[in-house]
Design a protein around this ligand. Structure first.
Ligand code: NAG
Ligand code: NAG
Length: 366
């Protein structure tokens, strides 16, 4: 009996991996959405942690690779997002109506001038996985990224002199990545909300930004971050609101989210690195993010907050209580805002200040 049970349990343990949709190492995306069901992966494969999860893209899917860095003082930031997302799949990328293969660039300068924010079209996209890392070439945009097979480093290359977009953005990892509820590796549920996949291969990184954006230099060192999201239904139908962000403070690299799904259910996630070790990892409890002086939950009608509180419990039971305060917004279209700023945190009784970058989606009327 015991042996039979053991055998059945072993077989069941193999089921998720066996059912996961793994992709070839190289995929080439056309800008014309496929007229039919795309292949979608929501259960992780043995490797390819940063690989595409939707192929080909169709009229209702989205997939993107997200890279950012915030300067150590929270005044400068650089975000680059590589999309293979249809206009209905991810309607926030309105440029997808013209070209679903595009790269959005967001540059926040220290001099307080308005951030430079614009899409760059591509004619085709080739992604290649090697180990857990991925590389992607958005052909025609001049913008590409290249990841190490062990996820230890990434480089985003910008080579579009016609629009004054040149230089490099490098990220050197500070510790292991993760899925919503577990480490990188096979058989993990990759969804952070139903129908929305998430993998965070670089929760914290030493970032070096040395670029020109529309001819204007942006040069700083600070805290980097890289993740990817994807989905098989239109993004705005898969949530009511979400807070997400990352911060580096007191030697910790933090990743946190607090979301409300379409049924009104609250989903939270928290992850922290200290000296390269995972010291917090939760996908069920122990994280709370709330706006200061504006209503919660945020809706399409509520005022956009200027600050948030973050409360998180670390794996050893110690508490993190923090206030995130905006230095500036990198983009603010009401229903979507991304902030750059500072964090003041008390972690296990010790107070420190650091830099943070966070966002709010509020797409529901209630
Ligand atoms: C796109 O692909 C998804 C996943 O296979 C499928 O559910 C959806 O119906 C497809 N959309 C279209 C417009 O064919
Ligand atoms: C959460 O953190 C904020 C900011 O430090 C603090 O004011 C608040 O008391 C904390 N809440 C809880 C429940 O610990």
């Amino acid at each position: 009996m015991k042996n039979i049970f053991f055998t059945l349990a072993s077989l069941l343990a193999l089921v998720p991996a066996a059912l996961s949709q793994c992709f070839p190492d190289t995929n080439t995306f056309s800008p014309i959405p496929y007229a039919g069901p795309s292949q979608v992966q929501f259960t992780s494969c043995p490797s390819q942690a940063d690989g595409p999860r939707i192929f080909p893209l169709n009229a209702t899917t989205f997939d993107w690779w997200y890279f950012d860095a915030v300067s150590s003082d929270g005044t400068q930031a650089f975000t680059v997002i590589f999309f293979t997302s249809s206009a209905i799949g991810f309607s926030f990328d309105f440029f997808s109506t013209v070209d679903p293969l595009n790269v959005w660039v967001f540059a926040t300068f220290a001099d307080g001038t308005p951030p430079a924010v614009f899409p760059v079209p591509a004619v085709s996209v080739t992604t290649t996985t090697n180990g857990d890392g991925a590389s992607g070439d958005w052909k025609g945009s001049g913008i590409s990224f290249k990841g190490a097979p062990d996820l230890s480093s990434y480089v985003v290359n910008l080579n579009n002199p016609l629009i004054g977009l040149t230089g490099t953005f490098t990220l050197k990892s500070r510790g292991p990545g993760h899925y919503n509820c577990g480490p990188l590796g096979p058989g993990q549920d990759e969804q952070s909300l139903p129908n929305i996949g998430w993998v965070n291969v670089m929760p914290g990184a030493d970032a070096v930004v040395d670029v020109k954006v529309l001819g204007k230099p942006l040069k700083f060192t600070g805290h980097g971050y890289h993740d990817k999201n994807w989905g098989d239904v239109p993004f705005i139908s898969a949530l009511k609101s979400w807070y997400w962000g990352h911060a580096s403070v007191g030697g910790y690299d933090l990743v946190f989210f607090d979301m409300i799904d379409p049924s009104g259910a609250n989903k939270v996630g928290g992850y922290a690195l200290k000296d390269g070790q995972v010291v917090a990892s939760t996908c069920t409890t122990g994280v709370k993010i709330r706006p200061i002086d504006t209503p919660y939950p945020p809706t399409i009608f509520t005022t956009v907050p200027k600050a948030l509180t973050l409360n998180m419990t670390l794996n050893d039971g110690s508490h993190l209580d923090a206030v995130l305060t905006q230095t500036s917004t990198q983009i603010n279209i009401g229903i979507y805002v991304r902030w750059v700023g500072t964090i003041e945190a008390t972690i296990g009784g010790v107070t420190a200040t650091g830099a943070a970058l966070w966002e709010q989606f509020a797409v529901s009327a209630t």
